[in-house]
Design a protein. Structure first.
Length: 194
């Protein structure tokens, strides 16, 4: 796996902070408006990806931030948008917010801490134990603050960390939100019926 510089990783993850806008739009305008905006945004970025991938048009700043595998395929921003759209459409508001923020801040902490301080490489995909621990702590903090149920928070943080650490061929920007949200909703259903 080709590595990108810490500065480029920092810029890539900084772009993901736009996810806070998704939360704000949902909080102030509602679910349906958020879905509509995410769909419009998805159409725009898919159109840009078409120009980049099918027409060979390189967007100057955009192109340098792409990982090697993204240069021949869809960028992670497409998968992030899909994950956010699924979260907003399928999950309760608190679970959706948690899943989106875990995808942003958990993934960001894993990447930045792992790149900067990661020494112990125990995973075959090159990810570090330090990055994995950082993600779990951040994910758990987000989940405890937003969900209020420590058991569901631990489960959701574990699932998000597992997905980020072990998924190689499925983009974690989609998978973290989807899998952590599904497990959280299932846990809340079990709790409600016990």
């Amino acid at each position: 796996m080709a590595s990108i510089s810490f500065a480029n990783e920092l810029m890539r993850k900084g772009i993901h902070l736009t996810s806070i806008l998704i939360i704000l739009v949902y909080a102030f305008l509602g679910k349906q408006e958020t879905q509509t905006l995410l769909i419009v945004y998805l159409v725009i970025i898919l159109s840009i990806e078409h120009l980049r991938l099918d027409r060979g048009i390189k967007l100057p700043v955009f192109h340098i931030l792409l990982r090697q595998k993204e240069k021949q395929g869809l960028g992670s921003h497409v998968y992030f948008t899909l994950g956010a759209l699924v979260a907003v459409s399928v999950f309760s508001k608190d679970v959706a917010f948690t899943a989106i923020l875990m995808t942003t801040f958990g993934d960001m902490s894993a990447a930045l801490i792992g790149k900067r301080f990661g020494k112990i490489r125990i995973f075959s995909n090159g990810k570090s134990l330090e990055g994995c621990i950082a993600e779990f702590i951040v994910d758990l903090t987000i989940a405890v603050l937003l969900l209020g149920n420590p058991l569901v928070a631990i489960l959701m943080a574990f699932v998000a960390t597992y997905v980020e650490t072990t998924f190689v061929n499925i983009d974690d920007n989609l998978a973290i939100a989807v899998f952590s949200g599904i497990f959280a909703e299932a846990a809340f259903l079990l709790i409600a019926h016990t």
